[in-house]
Design a protein around this ligand. Structure first.
Ligand SMILES: [Zn+2]
Length: 65
């Protein structure tokens, strides 16, 4: 099985700093929380896949929205 991890850089929705993280596409569409490496606040990551299972996009949001 091919590894489907990808290193991405997003902008923290709290502090605006670039945050680099590893996403695991093999787990499918999912939402999870990971703390910002800069301000330590909880960023919500939402992974979206295309209907044929290919990585589509990553959305980030504040956990307190
Ligand atoms: Zn931050």
């Amino acid at each position: 099985m091919t590894a489907m991890t990808e290193e991405i850089t997003i902008e923290c929705p709290y502090c605006g700093e670039p945050v680099t993280t590893l996403v695991d596409w093999s787990a499918g569409a999912q939402t999870y929380i990971e703390d910002c490496q800069v301000c330590c606040r909880p960023i919500e990551f939402r992974l979206a896949l295309t209907p044929d299972g290919q990585p589509e996009r990553v959305d980030v949001a504040r956990d307190d929205d």
